[in-house]
Design a protein around this ligand. Structure first.
Ligand SMILES: Nc1nc2c(ncn2[C@@H]2O[C@H](COP(=O)(O)OP(=O)(O)OP(=O)(O)O)[C@@H](O)[C@H]2O)c(=O)[nH]1
Length: 354
């Protein structure tokens, strides 16, 4: 059972009768530095399909249980199916992406994207639920859709990221499939993805090298610390791609210095301490740099910013309405299930992977 069990059901009222999100549109508002320091860290887990995000969430969940920490997990992947861990908030309880596909006459990717957009219009309530549990939890882990661009380059991804980052010390965990990044070109593709996410979110980031039970990540750390080591490898291949990788490594040298790193195995559990240590450092980075900057920007641009967010939400709602008047999010059930969960015993430890 999850905190959020909300479904997409064909019924009235039509979307135009629903209210606009409040906290997601309001930004940090009156949150003070002292408030922010008491908040749990939010970790948004992003990675290419198959990199091991869901397995990592399961491992983190099990690790937190062994440490006596209360896990809090938000699933934002509408198409993941049965989760191998207990999610406190699960988008699948709120919106059925297959219904959305039918209502809006979309294919699977369009259905996932639209389901995520529908959910984002109510994201203030998700943030509110996390805020209510702030005193009991140290971390909120957020699983994102397998198709990376659905989260990183969509309106809903921006709303989710900004909503969390306005309320909690937030960082991104960028999960790399280490065995598939051994080749210098594949490694560079992963790093370019990481740059684009960092550029878009501006949040502190941990590059999480997963599956180190299969291939170790130390060589990749060496490539990040010393571009000459990377050049030695790419120079063995005289192709256009290797020339490009060589040039890019020089450009990315500064970028690598801003990243935290951790090598983990979601399968064996290796590296969890290191991962939590990197998350702790990201929290410090957020409080020292991102938060003061966000507060300054907000103070300066408050009016413009609110209008921009409201316009973006309104545009998204109009687009959604034009295709599926009968789809509605039943957010009441989300509240009901939060109450049920609050009354429950803490969930049993997640099943081990190995
Ligand atoms: N050996 C090994 N396999 C892993 C590890 N983590 C995940 N896997 C495997 O990698 C595959 C993909 O893992 P998932 O957790 O489904 O990856 P995901 O990123 O959530 O996948 P999408 O939902 O498609 O994006 C599965 O077969 C996992 O068993 C790991 O640390 N070691």
């Amino acid at each position: 059972m999850s905190d959020a069990e909300v479904e997409c059901q064909p019924c009235d009222p039509a979307p135009e009768t629903q209210e606009l999100p409040s906290s997601a549109a309001a930004g940090p508002g009156p949150i003070t530095d002292a408030d922010m320091e008491k908040m749990p860290s939010v970790c948004i887990v992003i990675g290419m399909a198959g990199s091991g995000k869901t397995s990592l969430m399961q491992r983190i969940n099990a690790y937190q249980h062994t440490k006596g920490e209360v896990p809090y997990i938000v699933n934002l992947d509408p198409a993941v199916g049965k989760l191998p861990y207990e999610a406190n908030i699960d988008i699948q309880d709120t919106v059925n992406y297959k219904e959305v596909m039918k209502e809006y006459n979309l294919g699977p990717n369009g259905g996932i994207l639209t389901a995520a957009n529908l959910f984002a219009t109510r994201f203030d309530q998700v943030v509110g639920l996390c805020e209510k549990r702030a005193a009991d939890i140290d971390h909120v882990f957020v699983d994102t859709p397998g198709q990376i661009e659905i989260f990183t380059w969509s309106a809903s991804g921006a709303i989710v990221t900004e909503s969390f980052a306005s309320t909690f010390p937030t960082c991104v965990l960028f999960v790399v499939d280490t065995p598939r990044a051994q080749n210098p070109q594949a490694f560079m593709s992963n790093m370019l993805q990481a740059v684009s996410i960092l550029y878009k979110t501006r949040l502190p980031m941990v590059v999480v090298f997963n599956k180190i039970d299969v291939v170790r990540h130390e060589q990749m750390l060496e490539w990040m610390d010393d571009f000459e080591k990377f050049h030695e490898v790419v120079d063995q291949d005289k192709s256009f791609a290797s020339d490009l990788s060589r040039s890019l490594s020089l450009v990315l040298d500064e970028f690598y210095k801003t990243l935290r790193r951790a090598g983990v195995s979601a399968m064996s559990g290796e590296g969890m301490e290191e991962l939590f240590d990197a998350i702790g450092r990201c929290r410090k980075d957020y409080l020292a740099e991102y938060w003061p900057d966000l507060r300054r920007r907000k103070e300066k641009l408050k009016a413009e910013d609110e209008k921009r967010r409201a316009d973006a939400l309104e545009r998204m709602r109009r687009d959604l309405k034009s295709g599926g008047e009968r789809v509605v999010l039943d957010m009441e059930r989300l509240k009901v299930n939060e109450a049920v969960l609050a009354a429950d015993e803490p969930p049993a430890p997640g099943s081990e992977l190995d």
